[in-house]
Structure formats: C-alpha cells, structure tokens
Design a protein around this ligand. Structure first.
Ligand SMILES: [Zn+2]
Ligand SMILES: [Zn+2]
Length: 451
C-alpha cells in the first residue's frame, strides 16, 4: 500500500536519484548508497556507520575500459532542489516554485557537452578517492553563477520595465543537492569520452603540465564514524537520510561536520502527547533591515492578523520557524508561515521519556508505537533554511503586493538557529497539531524525503 502511495505522489517526470556503489568498510561487501544517504547500513554484516564527506561530494561515472591514455576527469556540477521566485501580478503577488535537476560543466572549455544527460541516473557511480588513478581537472565555474546564467531563471512576458522589475525580485534555491560528477575522458587529437570511446570536443585550453589546472586528490573520499552518541554512548536515532542525528539517551543532537560529530542546539515543544511524530524545525533568530520586524507585535502587523494586539507582544522576541525537512515548495512556505505565526513558546530541552526498556523507534512512519513519538529525519540543513527567509517574508506579509515591492530593500540575516521538534498527532493520512493549528499530509512528507 505504501509503495503505491509513494508512486502516486512521485511524478513520472522526476528523474531517479543517483546510486553510488561503495564497499562496506567493515566486511567489504558491495553496498549501494543513494546520494542523500548519511548512514551506511550493511545488509551483510549489519554494521551501521555515519558517512563523513568533507566538502562537496565527488562522484565518478565509470569508464568503459582502461584506455592507453591517462584518464582525465572532467567536472560537472549537479544541482537538485527547489527554485523559489517572487512574482508580482495585477491583483497581488505570489511566490512560485519549481524543481530543478541539472548538470552543467564546471569548466568553460569550448565544445564540451552542456549536460551529462541521463547518464548519472542510469549508471552506477563511485566516490572519487585519493586512490583513483587519473587526474582531476579543477572546476573553474561556480554552480550558482551557472544557475544565474542559465535559462532556468524565469523570464517574464511584457514590457522591458516589467522585466527589469521581475529580475530584481529575489529568488532562492533551496533543498539543494550540490555535487560534482566527473566524466572520465582522455586526450588524443581532442577530448574523448572514456565511456563511449568517442571524440566529444576539441583539445581543452589548459596546460597539462601546469599543476594548478588539476586538483590534489589528498582530501578526496569518504570517511565513516561510529553511530554512537559521543556524550553518553547510546546508539543514535538517525535514519539513512538524516542530516542531524538525535540521541534519545541524553537528548542531544549531532551533525557530521568535516570528520567529527558536532553538537546541534536542540529543543522539543512541550506536549502531553504519547506516540505521534516529532517534526523538526529550524527556529531562527534573524536580523531584519529595511523593515521593522523585531517583536511578535511587528509580525502581527506585517501579517495583518485578525488579533487584538496585546501590550506584552511588543516585547516578545520573534523567531522564524522553517521546516528542517524537505517537502514540496508550496507546502514548505505554508508550514513555515503557520508555525512562524503561532510562535510556539513552551520548549523543553529533552525528548519525552520512552517507556523503560522500550526499543527506540527510529522509523518516522511507525507513529503508532506506544513507547514514544517517532522522530522525523532532518533533511534540510539550517543554511538552506536561511535562504528561504525572504520567501517566508513574502508569504507572511499582507497585502502581499506591498511587501513584494519592498523586498529588494529588505535584508534578512540569520544570527542564531536551534533545532526544535514539534509534536504532531497521527490520524489517518495526516499528522496534525491543533495548537498551531497545522495539518500535514503524510504522503507529502514521505515524498519530500525523495526531493
Ligand atoms: Zn558489512
Ligand atoms: Zn547521548
């Protein structure tokens, strides 16, 4: 039944995610990872290890055969995520969004194929490592520059004046997967694709004798960390795709930073609920310039909420609440708006106690477990949540047309973020919290993990 529900939510136009083959570091068995995986769970020896990737993940397309010539790896950026753009129209304004999934060459050599096509999805990739034979060309173009140069940013019909205004409205790219995928090639009278054994471009404008044209392989590859809490030694309650792994033993949360675990400030909104689901949010304190938005009272005025203003609201500190989980663009803004407007207050620094001796429910979709609420994985990092703050302002501001016109002059910068879990009750196809109030469709949550 579940499989069907996921299939229904997933559009047939969505390309599948990348698969990376990696030997199990403990028993050597071949394990397949997805690009969003943060935990290696070996089906053979049962070891569970956290992945530590330093910097941008680097994947290799497999060369077909060992060429006589030295393999030259040509870098391509792969980006996947949701692009939000503000748009004004006659009635009001709106924030539009769509999914982007693209590869672009990360070097500006003439004649290179402008995309890797479907090959990254169709072939089994491997991690680049310091042992990979061959040379890696250094990327010379950044992915965000490529994105702004590409046709992906929306063009608006109408007068030049309108275009100029549209171009100046902010956009944000979030929920992104950014990685480098290397095309194996070799040089003869031109660049040859080492998968197809076929000439694809003229010789590159680089000097092969200059070391600066290439990257050092020194830091390449992934490392593995024990799936144990550094504080109390309990097994961490992470799922395969969780960027932050909480510990039920001591109520601390950890993220892999470089090659070590670093503590993430954690909170849990207080509730008497047993069971259910804890959904993760980034509670962000931000500095806003160009708009008075410091207190809850300022927010009530900005959103034009039908509430009778209370004096104490003028002094209540304002936080932005952004989902720490991937979900489609419209839902992301809707959920962020609802929670930001409700400003949850009672925050404990501990998870609710599980029943003594109970197993730790890791699966977020088994919320009927009586031992305690399931923890939904963190799949959106705080940095990406920052990106969405301006979009959130556009979503909250009422009337929207007024705020869109001012967004250009507004600066918003996150200065502090904390991971806070909010309890939701599971009922049928939905999870809900009547105090916010907010209901979220469970299929959309499940589907969001694949974005
Ligand atoms: Zn193993
Ligand atoms: Zn612990």
């Amino acid at each position: 039944v579940r499989r069907t529900a996921i299939a229904a939510a997933r559009s047939s136009a969505d390309p599948p995610r990348l698969t990376i083959a990696h030997p199990c570091p403990q028993c050597g068995a071949p394990v397949e990872l997805e690009e969003t995986d943060r935990l290696l769970a070996c089906p053979y020896c049962r070891v569970r290890l956290l992945l530590a990737i330093d910097g941008v993940p680097r994947y290799l397309l497999p060369a077909k055969r060992a060429a006589q010539e030295e393999i030259l790896f040509i870098p391509y950026w792969r980006i996947r995520g949701t692009l939000f753009t503000c748009r004004r129209n006659e009635m009001a304004g709106e924030v539009v969004h769509r999914l982007l999934d693209r590869t672009f060459p990360a070097v500006d050599w003439p004649g290179l194929p402008q995309s890797l096509g479907v090959r990254p999805q169709a072939m089994k990739l491997s991690h680049a490592s310091h042992e990979t034979p061959g040379r890696f060309c250094r990327p010379t173009v950044t992915w965000d520059r490529l994105l702004s140069l590409s046709q992906e940013l929306p063009a608006y019909p109408g007068s030049e004046e309108e275009d100029a205004e549209a171009a100046s409205l902010p956009s944000a790219f979030i929920g992104e997967t950014v990685s480098l995928i290397y095309l194996p090639a070799f040089l003869r009278d031109g660049i040859y694709d080492a998968i197809l054994d076929e000439k694809i471009a003229p010789l590159p404008p680089i000097d092969p004798t200059r070391e600066s044209s290439f990257e050092s392989k020194e830091g390449f590859g992934i490392r593995f960390l024990a799936n144990l809490c550094p504080e109390c030694g309990w097994t961490l309650s992470g799922t395969h795709d969780s960027l932050v792994v909480p510990c039920r033993g001591c109520s601390r949360a950890w993220e892999v930073k470089g090659t070590a675990l670093r503590r993430v400030p954690l909170g849990v909104v207080h509730s008497g609920m047993r069971g259910g689901v804890l959904l993760p949010f980034w509670r962000i304190k931000a500095e806003v310039r160009g708009l008075t938005l410091r207190s809850y009272a300022d927010l009530v005025r900005l959103a034009n909420l039908p509430k009778v203003m209370r004096d104490e609201w003028e002094g209540r500190e304002l936080h932005f609440w952004v989902p720490a989980f991937k979900i489609n663009g419209a839902q992301l803004l809707r959920i962020a708006r609802a929670v930001t407007i409700s400003q949850p207050q009672a925050i404990a620094d501990r998870f609710p106690e599980p029943a003594p001796g109970a197993p730790h429910p890791n699966d977020p979709f088994e919320p009927d477990d009586p031992t305690g609420p399931a923890i939904h994985p963190v799949t959106l990092p705080a940095g990406e949540a920052d990106e969405s703050l301006k979009m959130l302002l556009a979503e909250v501001g009422t009337p929207r047309n007024t705020i869109l016109g001012r967004l250009r002059e507004i600066e918003i910068k996150a200065i502090e973020s904390r991971l806070v879990y909010i309890p939701f009750r599971a009922e049928g196809g939905e999870i809900s919290n009547p105090e916010i109030p907010l209901a979220v469709n469970r299929n959309l949550l499940r589907y969001g993990r694949g974005l």
